[in-house]
Design a binder for this molecule. Structure first.
Ligand code: GAR
Length: 191
């Protein structure tokens, strides 16, 4: 069985889209894959409620008690590894990961970033795309490497930037496509 562990920090709409796709497309039957756990670094992450309602194991690990990023990441890896993951999927997990963590999961750590990488790594992607006068924006699913938002791209989705767009409007348009893109990219890796 290929176990998928999903990491979230907030709304978890990408996580929910992955879980729904796994159910609707019968990933267990076709790819021998299932979402086994959802891990959040925020106890109030909305996505945890969805995961619990789906009967998926949930874990919460907050960083304040840990003396360093490395110490937190080591414990995070311990929690994740209990589920023997084939894939670790970052879905709106808003923390920079230490090189040790990234190396530990090399080749099986995926992230979704709300821009057409390599354009606009980092934060405030939608505002920056609007200010740059981009006619198209989108999202990228990529393998995570030590360099922020710079690993090999698995797949991308493109949306138009429309006249009068605000960052919020553009973010919502991109997010709708993220929900199709992320499950599709995971299937590519499972196939
Ligand atoms: C998504 O738009 C995702 O691309 C972005 O956070 C949002 C999470 O939404 N991720 C990043 O900005 C990572 N740098 P969700 O919690 O509803 O899936």
């Amino acid at each position: 069985m290929k176990n998928i562990v999903i990491l979230i920090s907030g709304g978890g709409s990408n996580m929910a889209a992955i879980v729904r796709s796994a159910q609707q497309q019968r990933w267990e039957q076709h790819y021998g894959a299932r979402v086994v756990a959802v891990v959040s670094n925020k106890p109030d992450a909305k996505g945890l409620d969805f995961a619990r309602a789906q009967g998926i194991a949930t874990e919460v690990l907050e960083h304040p008690p840990f003396p360093s990023r490395e110490a937190f990441d080591a414990e995070l890896a311990r929690v994740i590894d209990r589920y023997t993951p084939t894939l670790v999927v970052l879905a709106g997990f808003m923390r920079i990961l230490s090189p040790g963590f990234v190396t530990h999961y090399a080749g099986r750590l995926l992230n979704i970033h709300p821009s057409l990488l390599p354009a606009f790594p980092g934060l405030h992607t939608h505002q920056r795309a609007i200010e740059a006068g981009c006619k198209f924006a989108g999202a990228s699913v990529h393998l995570v490497t030590a360099d922020l938002d710079a690993g090999p791209i698995v797949d991308q989705a493109i949306v138009p930037v429309l006249p009068g767009d605000s960052a919020a409007l553009l973010a919502a348009r991109v997010l709708t496509q993220e929900h199709l893109l992320y499950p599709r990219a995971i299937v590519q890796l499972l196939s």
